[in-house]
Design a protein around this ligand. Structure first.
Ligand SMILES: [Zn+2]
Ligand SMILES: [Zn+2]
Length: 630
């Protein structure tokens, strides 16, 4: 048989040859370094047979930053971890241990709880295993045999996994540890040049909080020590920017256990929030959006009519009242549709753009909550544009113009990428209609020059959509804005307009949020700026430090003359040096120290991260005025 290599050359192999056989046929060095076979985007263990005509790529230790090559290294490292834990903690039960982004974990059921300071001994034991060397062997066995084997070893989680596994049952063994596992795995432990355990957490068996809580040990592994060092350094830098740390530290917001997934916004946080809100309102007004307000709580009858009950039921917070059940709104669409349908509309009113940044609630499992980006309560800069099919193109173009404006206002364009979800199999409408709507979205995203990927077949059945993503400080992508065409919900909720032909038509609706969740956007901003907000966003823009008690009136006078800005006066008794450092920690853009030598003609002005200047009040005012709102 033949397989096709990445350079399109063909490789002759004996029937039934494996990936490792192919590597050997290419060269002994590759055979030694090979870690994985990739074929048409799927990965396969080196030990498994290839198929005639298959296009194959053999990944080796040289592909040290390839995500698939890293995943197989980390998955194998997880097995080493399980082997070590079983040796050090007799009686422990093993659950599952997959690779994840940036590392791996393994879940254990320990007879005695373990703590962070137990991790070092485990890490040392894994390193000992690596130094000693481990080889992985793979076997396939009958389900009943696997069941018996794990029952005999008193591994109840594995028995459960055997029972629920579909397809062939395979086992991987290294050292004295055999795991139920689909693979793929490394040939041996030689490629694992760097291994580190990174943390400990609780995790429910199968992610279900009705199940027993297990102990999850996180770790990571790399093909070189330099890669691990670079990763840890990146992690450390990201930790300093983490919004969950900076938010409370900068006095912006905090969380309370009695309302999980909902932040308490402090005055400084609200200043930031309101700057975004002001920008949203101003731009919406300029771009022809009309602000509306619709109820937070709706009888579930509405959610049934809108179709959300089928899809979002699990995410709805429900409230029993009288004979009815109400749901807190997870999105604004149905309310806006009812508003549109509240009277007969004419085509002359279209496009009609309703905007609302109401508080929304979505029930997220406790384990999935993550600071501001994944919370249970949030607000979107939501809007619904009702339009005719002919108006779609201009509306979409205008929305992208708006996105561009926003991203440039915050300087976050380089963090963003997009995904265009195209027609699914169960699509409504003709291919010509889809060609048109997909084409409009594609043209708009290309014109903006945003990198984008196609998510083929992942559009909703009623229309294609564009999702906008941004990376946080750790490089995790979060979905931010969305622009979605909908020819379905308006009909379900009775939206019609009278056309020029004097007949009723159903409008198209474009759902769009451009910031996306304001909470999520603020989290991205905090991490992007590392808390050092640009002047127009900074909760305190300028601080006047009165050197001594006698300077307080003059300092207050100066603050009053700069009242156009958010200015405060530091009248504390601490040393001037300490107070300047405090202002630096609070990341305040400008500090004016007011002492004996200062007057309106000569102010000592310190710029954040920069030097010191002596400016007159008039010069300072000119400089601040140039830093206005985008
Ligand atoms: Zn495994
Ligand atoms: Zn909507």
């Amino acid at each position: 048989m033949k397989v096709v290599l990445p350079d399109n050359s063909e490789l002759e192999l004996a029937d039934g040859a494996t990936g490792l056989d192919a590597a050997r046929a290419i060269g002994p060095k590759l055979a030694e370094q090979a870690v994985l076979v990739r074929s048409n985007g799927t990965v396969q263990d080196l030990r498994l047979p290839l198929h005639d005509g298959e296009k194959v790529q053999i990944l080796s230790t040289r592909d040290s930053s390839d995500p698939d090559a890293l995943a197989v290294l980390r998955h194998s490292s997880a097995h080493l971890l399980a082997e070590a834990v079983r040796r050090l903690h007799p009686g422990v039960k093993v659950a599952i241990g997959p690779p994840i982004e940036n590392g791996f974990y393994y879940d254990f059921d320990f007879p005695q709880p373990i703590h962070e300071d137990d991790l070092q001994a485990i890490e040392d034991e894994v390193k000992r295993e690596i130094a000693e060397g481990r080889v992985w062997t793979r076997e396939e066995i009958a389900r009943e045999d696997a069941r018996e084997r794990f029952a005999a070893e008193d591994e109840p989680y594995k028995v459960e996994l055997v029972d629920s596994a579909d397809g062939a049952i395979s086992l991987y063994t290294q050292g004295d540890f055999t795991d139920l596992c689909r693979g793929p795995h490394l040939q041996d432990s030689k490629p694992i040049k760097a291994f580190k355990l990174t943390g400990l957490a609780g995790a429910y068996w199968r992610g279900d909080e009705r199940n027993k809580q297990l102990t999850r040990i996180y770790g990571t592994a790399f093909y070189s020590q330099a890669d691990l060092d670079a990763y840890l350094e990146r992690l450390e830098r990201a930790r300093h920017r983490d919004h969950r740390r900076l938010g409370p530290q900068l006095d912006l917001f905090h969380w309370e256990d009695v309302s999980p997934g909902a932040a308490l916004w402090h005055p400084k946080g609200m200043t930031l929030w309101n700057e975004l809100e002001d920008l949203r309102r101003r731009e919406n007004a300029r771009r022809g959006y009309l602000e509306v307000k619709t109820p937070l709580m709706w009888d579930i009858e509405l959610w049934k009519r809108s179709g959300h009950w089928d899809k979002y039921r699990d995410n709805l917070f429900l409230i029993e009242y009288g004979d009815s059940t109400y749901g807190l709104k997870p999105m604004n669409c149905p309310g806006h549709m009812l508003l549109f349908a509240s009277r007969l509309r004419s085509y002359r009113e279209l496009p009609l753009r309703f905007a609302e940044a109401a508080v929304l609630h979505r029930d997220e499992p406790t384990g999935a909550l993550h600071g501001l980006p994944r919370s249970r309560q949030f607000s979107q800069d939501d809007a619904h544009v009702f339009c005719t099919p002919e108006q779609i193109q201009d509306e979409i173009r205008e929305m992208f113009d708006y996105v561009e404006f926003l991203y440039d206002a915050f300087g976050v364009r380089e963090l963003a990428h997009a995904e265009l979800a195209t027609r699914p199999d169960n699509k409504l409408g003709t291919d010509e209609e889809w060609d048109y709507t997909e084409g409009v979205l594609r043209e708009a995203v290309e014109r903006m020059g945003l990198p984008y990927e196609l998510a083929e077949g992942e559009g909703a059945f009623y229309g294609p959509k564009i999702d906008l993503f941004m990376d946080d400080a750790l490089g995790r992508a979060w979905q931010m804005g969305t622009i979605q065409l909908d020819g379905q919900q308006p009909e379900r909720l009775g939206c019609t307009y009278m056309g020029p032909d004097n007949r009723e038509h159903t409008p198209y609706v474009i759902h769009r949020a451009l910031f996306g969740s304001l909470e999520r956007f603020i989290a991205i901003l905090i991490e992007h700026y590392g808390g050092a907000f640009p002047f127009w966003l900074a909760p305190v823009q300028l601080r006047v430090i009165a050197v001594g008690e006698s300077h307080r009136p003059a300092a207050a006078e100066l603050a009053a003359r700069l009242a156009l800005y958010r200015v405060d006066v530091d009248e504390s008794d601490e040393t001037v040096g300490k107070r300047i450092r405090n202002a630096e920690l609070e990341k305040i853009p400008y500090v004016v120290v007011y002492g004996d030598k200062e007057s309106d003609d000569a102010l000592a002005v310190r710029e954040r991260g920069g030097g010191q200047d002596t400016l007159s009040l008039a010069e300072l005012q000119v400089r601040l005025a140039a830093l206005g709102v985008p």
